[in-house]
Design a protein around this ligand. Structure first.
Ligand code: HEC
Length: 197
C-alpha cells in the first residue's frame, strides 16, 4: 500500500505543476525566519529538486515543540532561502530564526500529518551582534529604540542603507570612541542594525 504523501509536498507539486512559480509574487521584508506570538514564519524554504515555499508554522504544543503547517504558498524567488527541507531525512534546517532580538539555529523533523517538531535549537549569533551589544547598546538600546542616550536608530536618517549606515558608523560611532568600530566592524554592525531593527 502506498502511503499518502505529506500534504506540504503535495502543495509544492501542485504549485510547480500549475506554473504558479512563474507569476510574480510581490512581497517585501527580510528573508530571515522569525517567530511571532505563536507562529514561525519562514519566508522561503528551498526543497531540493522541487522549488521553494513560504510557510507559516503554528505552535501546537509548547511542551513537545510541535507545529502544524498553517500556510504554504509559493515563495518570492528574490528572497534569500532561510531554510532547507531535505526530503530524504525530512529534516527542516533553519540556520537562523529570530525570536525578539535573539537568534537560534533550529532543526525540525517533519512528522506524519504535516507537523514539524523542533529537535535542535542552539543559540546563534549574527555577525555584528556582539559588537553592537558591547559598543552601542547602552546608548541606543537593545532594539535601537534608544537607551540612556535616547537616540533612536530604527528608522534614522543615516539608516537608509548599508553604504550610508556603515560609513556613518565608521566615521561617527561609537560616540567618543570612533576608532573602536571601523571597516569590518562598521559593516557588520550596519548589517545587524538593518536586519534586526
Ligand atoms: C555614548 C553614547 C553612544 C554610543 C556608545 C553610540 N552612539 Fe550612536 N549616537 C549617539 C548620539 C548622541 C547620536 C546622535 C548624534 C548626533 O546627533 O550627532 C547617535 C547617532 C547615531 C546614529 C545616527 C542616527 C541618525 O539620526 O541618523 C547611528 C546610526 C548610530 N548612532 C549608531 C551607533 C552605533 C552602530 C554604535 C556602536 C558602534 C553607536 N551608535 C554607539 C550616541 C551613542
Amino acid at each position: 500500500m502506498i502511503k499518502k504523501r505529506n500534504s506540504i509536498l503535495c502543495t509544492l507539486v501542485f504549485l510547480l505543476s500549475s506554473g504558479f512559480f512563474s507569476s510574480s509574487m510581490a512581497q517585501t521584508g527580510a528573508s530571515i525566519p522569525f517567530f511571532e506570538i505563536d507562529t514561525l514564519h519562514i519566508p522561503r524554504i528551498d526543497v531540493d529538486g522541487y522549488g521553494s515555499l513560504r510557510v507559516s508554522l503554528l505552535l501546537l504544543d509548547e511542551s513537545t515543540l510541535t507545529f502544524s503547517v498553517s500556510d504554504a504558498v509559493a515563495a518570492d524567488q528574490s528572497l534569500t532561502p532561510g531554510a532547507t527541507l531535505d526530503l530524504s531525512t525530512t529534516v527542516l534546517d533553519i540556520p537562523l530564526v529570530k525570536v525578539d532580538t535573539n537568534f537560534y539555529a533550529v532543526k525540525m523533523q517533519l512528522l506524519p500529518g504535516d507537523q514539524f517538531q523542533i529537535t535542535v535549537a542552539d543559540d546563534a549569533t549574527l555577525p555584528g551582534q556582539t559588537a553592537y551589544q558591547e559598543q552601542c547598546q547602552t546608548c541606543h538600546g537593545d532594539v535601537g529604540l534608544g537607551g540612556s542616550g535616547g537616540t533612536v536608530i530604527t528608522d534614522c536618517s543615516n539608516c537608509g542603507g548599508q553604504d550610508v549606515l556603515s560609513t556613518y558608523i565608521n566615521n561617527m560611532m561609537p560616540l567618543g570612541n570612533v576608532a573602536n568600530c571601523v571597516d569590518e566592524c562598521a559593516n557588520e554592525v550596519a548589517d545587524y542594525i538593518l536586519t534586526v531593527f
